[in-house]
Structure formats: structure tokens, C-alpha cells
Ligand binder design. Sequence first.
Ligand code: NAI
Ligand code: MG
Length: 336
Amino acid sequence: MPYSVTLIPGDGIGPEVTDATLQVLEATGVDFEWERFEEVGTAAVEAGRDELPREVLESIRENQVALKGPVTTPVGEGFTSVNVQLRQKLDLYANVRPCQNLPGLETPFDDVDLIVFRENTEGLYAGVENFDERLQIADSIARVTRRGSERIIRFCFEYAKKHGRKKVTLAHKANILKSSTGLFLEVGEATAPEYAGTVEYEDRIIDNMAMQLVMYPQQYDCIVTTNLFGDILSDLGAGLIGGLGVTAGANIGDDEAVFEAVHGSAPDIAGEGKANPTALLRTAVMMLEHLDEDEAARAVEDAVFAAYRDGEVLTPDVGGTASTGEFAAHVAERVA
Ligand code: NAI
Ligand code: MG
């Protein structure tokens, strides 16, 4: 039986990196039946539809797994981010963003291996916003709940335990944002003792955490944090390992999982064949693992690693001259 998976290529570089990824997945021999939705976000709105058409959500609920390219969000006005809506409507509370060096790709450190677990449904992204026109005062409320904190923190610890990882670091700003991130820290402290002896626990204040990460990233393993901090730290983590072109991600809930890279639609390079599909390929590796297709996952990961190790066919963001399609073909050839 083929895996029925919802596919959202997205816009900007989305279709380019999606086609590249499908080409490599095809080489694994795993049988997928893609339910493809081209019109999402701006394309849907221009066609007179809702930015997140109902059948897209229904498809994901039915298939429980989706592979998604980036979708552009208008800045300051227009529709609410489709990406954020998907995470909230499907209650995909865990945003998992691994940052691991690629062999042969030179970066400031060669031994980064950390994973950012970002709370994905609340915090400053809860959409509790108000603008008082008369007084010209803008409010964005950071909503943190005990339930929301418990489930992401537990998810992180469980992941660490299952994957033999050593440490969880909780990043917060509880010295200033005593209420919201204070609650998050309190839940972390209450949960950690359950994993004592298996997974070590510590906490860091977010600004110090950012400094520590650019100086001593090797000290970090699993990092769990609230929504906005996680958004920022995961881009920082991406920067440590070669940029947004190489960093994978997944949005996971109790029932559904939407696999999408950390990067956005990159309008500055869209349509030029310069986009690096490595991020979405590593995202596809996470999806294969989620489907228990471990052999195929290793085959894709090894093929990507081999391409970086020999370094002859790489995209411009990582120092090469190859196009998206050339890199994809090169990786696909190496999938055993
Ligand atoms: P971005 O991630 O699209 O681009 C930031 C920089 O990284 C750009 O210079 C871009 O060229 C480069 N870059 C990103 N991905 C790359 C890749 N695969 N290969 C080579 N270079 C790559 O972030 P930006 O510019 O802040 O956002 C652009 C749009 O994407 C916005 O509308 C934003 O809302 C949306 N976005 C969507 C996301 C999603 O669908 N999950 C996530 C982040 C942003
Ligand atoms: Mg981001």
C-alpha cells in the first residue's frame, strides 16, 4: 500500500525544492501517493479562495502526514500566516528543528549537533493582538498555558530519552517575563526530575543562550523553548551549520505531522534555480523516519552526506555553482 501524503509545494522557491525532493524520494523506491495542493496562500487568495482552503486541512487530517514547502506571508497586513494557521488548526504543538553539521561543509564549528524544540501553538504567536487606533497603542499578548508548556516540554524529554540524547536546556526570560515564560520554566523544573538519571536538565536565560550558542554550540543538545524564542534560536542554529538552505524541520501533534524546512519562500532567489533543496531533503528524512521507513531515511541522508563530502555539485548558498535540479539529480543518483 502506498503512503498517502498531502503535498503542499508552496510558493517562491517552494515548488523548486519540492520537485527536487520528490525526485530523490522517488529513487528510494518507497511508494507515495501525493495529494498535491498548488493553491495555498497568495495563489489561493488570488483565485478568490480562502488562503488555507478547507480541503487542504481535510487532506492532512485524513492522511496524517504532509510534506510542505514554504508559503509567503504578507508583512504587516493581509491574511494570517498559512504556516501558523496550519500549526494551530491541527494543534501541531511541537516544532522540531535539528541542527547538525554536514560532512565537508565548512562552518565556524564542525561538531554542532543540537535540536531546537519550539512550542508551536501559543506564546506571542497565539494571535492575541490588539491595536488601539485612537491611542496608537499596539499589544501582542504572549499566551502561555500550563497544558501547552507541559506537552512540549514532555515531548522534548521523551524525544531525548528515546534517541539517547543527554541533555535538555530550557530557554526562557523568566527574570523579566515572569508570568508567561515564568510558567514555562516552572513546568520545566517540575518535569525534569521525572527524567533524572536519564536526561540532564538545565535552564538558560534567552539572551545569554543566544551568546552561548554562537560561542559554544557543542555544549547544547536538546533545547526547549516558547514559540518566538524557538523561531529565532532555530534560525541561529541554522546559521551555525550552513544556513537556512540546509536546515530541516517538522511540526508534530498527537495525530498529524507536517514536515517543512525552517526556511521561507526566499523571494530574492525564487525562480532562478539557485535554491538549496538540502533543507527539504533532510526534512523528508525526518518524514521517512516518522513513517518507520528507516532504511530509506538512511539512504537519503547518506546520499546527501556523500554529495557534501565530495563537494563537487553544490548550490550557491553553500559555495557551489550547481542548480537546484543538478544537485537533486546528483543526490538521487547516490540513493542506494
Ligand atoms: P527566507 O527563509 O525565505 O530567506 C532568508 C534568506 O535565506 C534569503 O536570503 C534566502 O535567499 C535564503 N534562503 C532561504 N532558504 C534557502 C534555500 N533553500 N536555499 C538557498 N537560500 C535560501 O526568509 P524571509 O526572507 O524572512 O521570508 C520570506 C517569506 O517566507 C516571508 O513571506 C515569510 O513569511 C515566509 N516564511 C515562510 C515560512 C514557512 O512557510 N514555513 C517560514 C519562514 C518564512
Ligand atoms: Mg522562522
